[in-house]
Each structure stands twice: as structure tokens, then as C-alpha cells.
Design a protein around this ligand. Sequence first.
Ligand code: ADP
Ligand code: ADP
Length: 220
Amino acid sequence: MIDFDNVSMRYGNGHMALHHVDCHIEREEMVFLTGRSGAGKSTLLKLIMLMERPSSGRIIVDGLDLGAMPRRQIPFHRRKVGVVFQNHQLLFDRTVFDNVALPLIIEGHPPREIGRRVRAALDKVGLLKYEKHNPIALSGGEQQRVGIARAVVNKPALLLADEPTGNLDPELSAEIMHLFEEFNQVGVTVLIATHDIALINSMDHKIMSLDHGENAGGVR
Ligand code: ADP
Ligand code: ADP
């Protein structure tokens, strides 16, 4: 599903965020991406989403070479990738339902289908009862679950998460990780960037480590 071959990434200010990184993630795998703050985890996720371009090397996602992808294909590529952020980036001027509906509205689905899919996504994360609430009224863990519902509502083949439990206590963090496992069990490829070593050691998934922008030993 994801293949990085000798990928380096230098930001505009000259900072080398990734050096000769290789990464191979199979379809339907769930993988943790670890490393200290600044190791290059977010950069790697941004490259997969085509929010950044590598300085060198080749990146293949879902069989497509991102370097050869024409600009007009990029929106279609992004739709294949659901993204969950640490601060979940919910909009507090609209309901939980409307937040989750956003990706489907952008894709132009008919309202009936939007209703059906949004409720299915909210049901999966256990928040159907809050569809009419403003997300500002929910707890941090619930807000993160709304963010996950929004990321999966258009059924992406690939789910990326950048420190999704960064603001949560250990118990809620474990719940969020189990939710990712449930999506993985129905065939979604999941890549989660986290520096929470204790949490990932408590789970049985492959680990990819970065250290100062380089591949670091620990692949489990
Ligand atoms: P992580 O997600 O592991 O904390 P990042 O990928 O965010 O790491 O950052 C890797 C390195 O690249 C850090 O040293 C960071 O300061 C630098 N960096 C990140 N984004 C930018 C940017 N837009 N411009 C310049 N340097 C950046
Ligand atoms: P940006 O200019 O920040 O890249 P976008 O319009 O791409 O803005 O996205 C804005 C925010 O909307 C994203 O940061 C994300 O939180 C959310 N978002 C957009 N599309 C999706 C999607 N398909 N799945 C989940 N969240 C999305």
C-alpha cells in the first residue's frame, strides 16, 4: 500500500527532515510510526498525503507513483486517505453531523447518501447520540472520535493518524487505538504516528522507527 524508496526531504529553509528513508507497508497492515519529536514522522505522513513533495526518492501509494501523478489527480488521491490529527481540527460553528459530513459534501454526494454514511460512521465510533450536538460540548476523547468518524466517512483505503492520542489520558488513548484496530480489521490500512512507546508496546502491531530523519532499527 505504501512504498518509500530512498526518500529524502529538505524543507525550504534547508532543514533535512528525512534522509534516505525506506518504508514498506502492506495492504491491510496496521503500523506504528515512532520516534522523538522532530524525528520526521509528520513529514512522512505529509508526503503520503501529497501535502509535501520529496527532494529525492520514490513514493508509491496504492500502486501509484506520487512523483508521476498529474496535478488534477491529487484530489482523488487525497480522498483515498483519511487523516486524523492530534487536535482533531473540528469546526465548532456546526454540529457533529455536519463536521463528519464535510468530506462527503466536498465530494458532492446526494444528501440521502450523506445522511446514511455519516450515521454509519458515527455509529462505528459510538457517537450517534451526539449527531445534533456542537462538538465543543464533547469531551476530548469524544472529539477525537468525531475526528476519526470524519476521516473514515468516505471509506478511505488508508487511514493516517498524527499523534491521535497526544492530548488524552492512557485509558482514553487505549480506546482510540482499539477503534483504529476495528477499522484495520475490516480491511483499512492504518499508519499511526505516535511517540507513546508504552501504548504501542501494549499492542501487537508492526513498528517503524525514525531517528533524526533516518530509519532506525526497531522494525517489529
Ligand atoms: P515529528 O512529526 O517526528 O515531530 P516533523 O516531521 O514534524 O517531526 O519534523 C521533522 C523536522 O523537520 C523537525 O526538525 C522540524 O523542525 C522540521 N520541519 C517540520 N516542518 C517544517 C517546515 N515546514 N519547514 C522547515 N522545517 C520543518
Ligand atoms: P488545508 O489547506 O489545511 O490542507 P483542506 O481543505 O485540505 O485544508 O482540509 C482542511 C481540514 O479539513 C483538514 O485539515 C482536515 O481536518 C479536514 N479534512 C478535509 N478533508 C478531509 C477528509 N477527507 N477526511 C478527513 N478530514 C478532512
